[in-house]
Design a protein around this ligand. Structure first.
Ligand code: DX5
Ligand code: ZN
Length: 218
């Protein structure tokens, strides 16, 4: 099937365009385009230059984007000290705030901080972190039933336009099987290197939401 034909079939409510990959000269047009395609959730990539070797944009630009007033948003915090920034993302338009498991400090407090604000809490793992390690930590910390979203990174975080790491695919299936087996409710989001060809297999493996940057806005 042609890529063009396939892209017509995809349910765009499952696609979360990463605004980081849009041309910032045309932000409004990019949001209009996402609306036209049927997108419901926009992904905000927040980078601090420490947790990842790049810087994206901060609360001021996010505030302007949120004022578009049509979408829900999820904030993917690739930052070393999220406690300072979580309050800035407590906004009625923000559905999920996601922190990284690999920051390895204050995770329980951070998840509680997010949930107090009535925003849903997500936790993300980088490609080299195993699903088992995350689950063991969530069990030990009594967080398993508090997590609303697990974000599985399929590229090393920090940059848009990288290739999907195929070795991550079994991790998506594990996250799905574990969720079903244990009757859990977390959403499975996958982020990095997703295009209109590999998106079907990622969904088949159990993903609920797909972040798409370069391949959505190009
Ligand atoms: C990478 C970000 C991703 C990225 C996705 O650190 O978390 O959201 O921008 O972009 P593509 O789809 O271009 O890999
Ligand atoms: Zn992201």
């Amino acid at each position: 099937m042609l890529e063009k034909e396939k892209s017509k079939e995809i349910d765009f409510s499952k696609i979360c365009p990463s605004i980081f990959a849009a041309n910032f000269l045309n932000l409004k047009e990019s949001l209009n385009y996402a609306k036209y395609k049927g997108v419901k959730l926009i992904h905000l990539d927040i980078m601090d230059g420490h947790f990842v070797p790049n810087i994206s944009f901060g609360p001021k630009i996010c505030e302007d984007i949120l004022s578009y007033n049509y979408f829900n948003f999820d904030a993917h915090l690739m930052i070393e000290n999220p406690e300072k920034f979580i309050p800035k993302f407590m906004n009625p338009s923000i559905s999920y705030i996601t922190i990284h498991y690999e920051i390895k400090k204050n995770i329980v407090e951070l998840i509680n901080q997010i949930k107090l604000s009535k925003v849903k809490a997500g936790i993300s793992i980088k490609p080299k972190t195993s699903f088992e390690e995350l689950i063991n930590f969530l069990k030990e910390s009594d967080l398993l039933h508090k997590i609303d979203l697990i974000l599985i990174m399929s590229v090393e975080p920090g940059f848009s336009g990288q290739k999907f790491i195929d070795e991550v695919m079994p991790k998506i299936k594990k996250a799905y099987d574990f969720k079903i087996k244990n009757n859990l409710n977390y959403i499975i989001q996958v982020d990095g290197g997703i295009n209109f060809n590999n998106c079907y297999q990622i969904l088949d493996n159990g993903a609920d939401l797909l972040v798409m940057g370069a391949n959505f806005f190009k």
